[in-house]
Design a protein around this ligand. Structure first.
Ligand code: APR
Length: 252
């Protein structure tokens, strides 16, 4: 059974932990001004059903609508900066090389921007583009898809074979990047302490990492101002916001 805990208690656990893993979600970036997905009053999903937008089928059915949604999120994210929580994690990694692994569901790149090393991005990066399909090869010898003639504001399309660019994020129903997921599973299995920061725990397999850590004998601490679906797998709950809690927890 979990219990509400405090910073001082978790600091002792962190001091005694040989290997620390941190699983972050949208709440980690909330104080950087990035809307979360499911918080009713601000969450992006409050306006959309995920199936309408963040799936391959939705993109194939209406590329312009999905592309516009991601373009609006990219525009909103282009000026956001890491908050004190991201910075605290990165600085801890610098002071204690190899001891803390960041695993994130976020696609905003803020852990990397803060200087975190070896960040395991389970859901990709919203600023990356990838081709929707393998190239149909209608380019002549050695040619490849290109969007040099793409029309501004339209989903970028290869003029020769019609292939579409899509956001380099993991959509519902898609496999997570195998290497990142395997490394995250390993970190969860081998850590002594898992901090679960700013996630509702609604989406698997990311949420399953908390169960993996618990089963592997790690202490699991949820850092979230609100209840989450992972509270039940936690030893302790820190009802706090990431940008305040992490600097306090990780200060030497
Ligand atoms: N500090 C810590 N936690 C916070 C903060 C904060 N400042 N603000 C909000 N939260 C918490 C909320 O209480 C909520 O539990 O962050 C969580 C955000 O949950 P979601 O919006 O569901 O985001 P997340 O858990 O990351 O979603 C997982 O779902 O839509 C997919 O791929 C998407 O990666 C995403 C995945």
């Amino acid at each position: 059974m979990n219990s509400i805990t405090d910073i001082a208690t978790v600091r002792v656990w962190l001091r005694d932990a040989r290997a620390i893993a941190v699983l972050t979600g949208a709440g980690m970036s909330a104080e950087s001004g990035v809307p979360t997905f499911r918080d009713a009053q601000t969450g992006l999903w409050a306006k959309f059903r995920p199936e309408e937008l963040a799936t391959e089928a939705a993109f194939r059915a209406d590329p312009q609508r999905v592309w516009d949604w991601y373009a609006s999120r990219r525009e909103m994210m282009k000026d956001v900066r890491p908050n004190a929580g991201h910075v605290a994690l990165a600085e801890y990694q610098q002071r204690h090389p190899g001891r803390l692994t960041v695993i994130t569901q976020n696609v905003d790149g803020l852990h990397q921007a803060a200087g975190s090393v070896g960040t395991l991005s389970l859901h990709g990066n919203i600023f990356d583009d990838i081709w929707l399909d393998p190239c149909a090869g209608a380019h002549g010898f050695g040619g490849v898809c290109d969007v040099s003639r793409a029309q501004p504001g339209r989903p970028p399309t290869c003029a020769d074979c019609g292939n579409l660019l899509r956001p380099g994020v993991v959509w519902f129903g898609e496999m997570l990047p195998a290497a990142a997921l395997a490394a995250a599973e390993d970190a969860a299995q081998t850590c002594d302490l898992l901090l679960v920061v700013g996630t509702s725990g609604a989406v698997w397999p990311a949420a399953g990492l908390a169960h993996t850590a618990r089963q592997g004998g790690a202490r699991v601490v949820v850092v979230n101002p609100e209840p989450s679906e992972l509270d039940g797998v936690a030893h302790a709950l820190l009802r706090a916001r990431a940008a305040a809690a992490l600097p306090a927890l990780l200060a030497d």
